[in-house]
Ligand binder design. Structure first.
Ligand code: KG4
Ligand code: ZN
Length: 341
C-alpha cells in the first residue's frame, strides 16, 4: 500500500510517500523559519497561508522524486491535530480533496502518534512494549506503549513543554526563533560548573514534569549576572549550558524511573527535542548502564515531517481505518482517545 502523508500542524509543511512493503519512498519539507523569524515566534495566520502556498508543489515534488504517479496512491494521511487550527485545516483540506478526487481513502493522523512511531522508520525498529518519551514544542510526556494506539500515560508536564522551555529561555537570552537549536548550539560553547540550575520535581515521586520554573531561574540568573554589567557572550553560553544540563538531567531521571517502574528495558525518544545531542548521548549512557535498548528517529525525523505522518497513516489505513468526507481537524486531541489497532 502506497500512502501520501501530509504534515501541516505548525510551521513546517512536510510531505512523504510511504510504502507498506518498501518503507519510505520520498519526502519533502518546507520550513517557515524565515517567515516567522522577524516576529520571534509562529504567527498562525501566516503559517496557514504558507502551507497553502507550498502543499501542492511539495506533493508534486514528492511524487516526482519517488517516480510515482498520483493514480498509484492507495491512500492519503493527514495530520488532524493537535496543532494550529488554520494550519491543520490547510493540510487536511488538500489531503481530503486529493483522496476524494482519486477515489481512495483518507485517514487522519494524531501528530504525536506520528512522532511516537517515527523511530519505526529506522532500520532497527523498536518492538512493543516500550516506554516512550515524547518531547516537542507543545508536549512533554512519558507513555507506556503496548501497541499502536495503546498509550498509557505515565506522566506529563504540568506547565511548559520541554521545547517551549528551550524556546522561551532562548528568547530571554536574545537567541531568536527557533530557540531550541540556537540554545543547544550556545550550550556547546559553555563552561561547566559556573551556574547550577535546579532539577524540577525529581525529589517528588511520580513521573510528571514542570519546566516553567527553569525559565524563571534563567531570567534571575541573567539579571544577577547583568548587574555586574552587560551579559557577555560567555555568560550566555554558560547559562545555556546550565539550562540544557538541568533539562536533560531531569528527563534522564524520569526516564530511568519510568523504565524501572514498568520493568521495561526499551526506551523510545521522539519529538523535536529528541534532536538534542546532549539528550541523545545522556540517555544512551543511562540506558546502557541499565543494559536496555534506546531508540531515536534519525535527526531529520525528530522535528516535524511528512514521513512520520505517512507511516502512521499507512498503519491505520491497513487496519481498515478511514474518515468520511467531512474534515474534523482539532487544535486539542488526547492520545488516549486513539483506537488500538
Ligand atoms: O516536534 P517539533 O518539531 O514540533 C512540535 O510538534 O512542537 O518540536 C519543535 C521543538 C521546538 O520547541 C524546538 O525548539 C525544539 O523542538 N528543538 C530542540 C532542538 N531541535 C528542536 N530543542 C533542543 N535542542 C535541539 N537540538
Ligand atoms: Zn511535532
Amino acid at each position: 500500500m502506497i500512502v501520501l502523508g501530509i504534515e501541516s500542524s505548525c510551521d513546517e509543511t512536510g510531505i512523504a510517500l510511504f510504502d507498506s512493503d518498501r518503507g519510505l519512498l520520498s519526502h519533502t519539507l518546507h520550513s517557515q523559519i524565515e517567515l516567522h523569524a522577524d516576529y520571534g515566534g509562529v504567527v498562525p495566520e501566516l503559517a496557514s497561508r504558507d502551507h497553502i502556498r507550498y502543499l501542492v508543489p511539495l506533493i508534486e515534488q514528492a511524487l516526482q522524486r519517488a517516480a510515482i504517479d498520483k493514480t498509484m496512491l492507495h491512500g492519503v494521511a493527514y495530520t488532524a491535530g493537535p496543532g494550529l487550527i488554520g494550519a491543520l485545516m490547510s493540510g487536511a483540506s488538500v489531503g481530503r480533496a486529493l483522496a476524494w478526487a482519486l477515489s481512495i481513502p483518507a485517514v487522519e493522523v494524531h501528530h504525536m502518534e506520528g512522532h511516537l512511531l517515527a523511530p519505526m522508520l529506522e532500520e532497527n525498529p523498536p518492538q512493543f512494549p516500550f516506554v516512550a518519551l515524547l518531547v516537542s514544542g507543545g508536549h512533554t510526556l512519558l507513555s507506556h506503549v503496548k501497541g499502536i494506539g495503546q498509550y498509557e500515560l505515565l506522566g506529563q508536564s504540568l506547565d511548559d513543554a520541554v521545547g517551549e522551555a528551550f524556546d522561551k529561555t532562548a528568547k530571554l537570552l536574545g537567541l531568536g526563533y527557533p530557540g531550541g537549536p540556537a540554545l543547544a548550539a550556545m550550550a556547546e560553547k559553555g563552561e561547566h560548573g559556573r551556574y547550577k540550575f535546579p532539577r524540577p520535581m525529581v525529589d517528588r515521586p511520580g513521573l510528571d514534569f514542570s519546566f516553567s520554573g527553569l525559565k524563571t531561574f534563567a531570567l534571575n540568573t541573567m539579571q544577577n549576572a547583568a548587574s555586574a554589567g552587560e551579559l557577555s557572550w560567555q555568560d550566555k553560553t554558560d547559562i545555556s549550558l546550565a539550562f540544557e544540563e538541568a533539562v536533560v538531567d531531569t528527563l534522564k531521571i524520569k526516564c530511568r524511573r519510568a523504565l524501572e517502574q514498568q520493568q521495561c528495558q526499551r526506551l523510545v525518544v521522539a519529538g523535536g527535542v529528541g534532536a538534542n545531542k546532549r539528550l541523545r548521548s545522556t540517555l544512551a549512557e543511562m540506558v546502557g548502564q541499565l543494559g536496555g535498548e534506546l531508540y531515536f528517529p534519525a535527526i531529520e525525523f525528530c522535528t516535524d515531517n511528512g514521513a512520520m505522518i505517512a507511516q502512521a497513516g499507512c498503519l491505520r489505513l491497513m487496519a481498515g481505518e478511514s474518515q468520511p468526507l467531512e474534515i474534523d481537524a482539532r487544535a486539542r486531541w488526547s492520545m488516549q482517545d486513539l483506537k488500538a489497532i
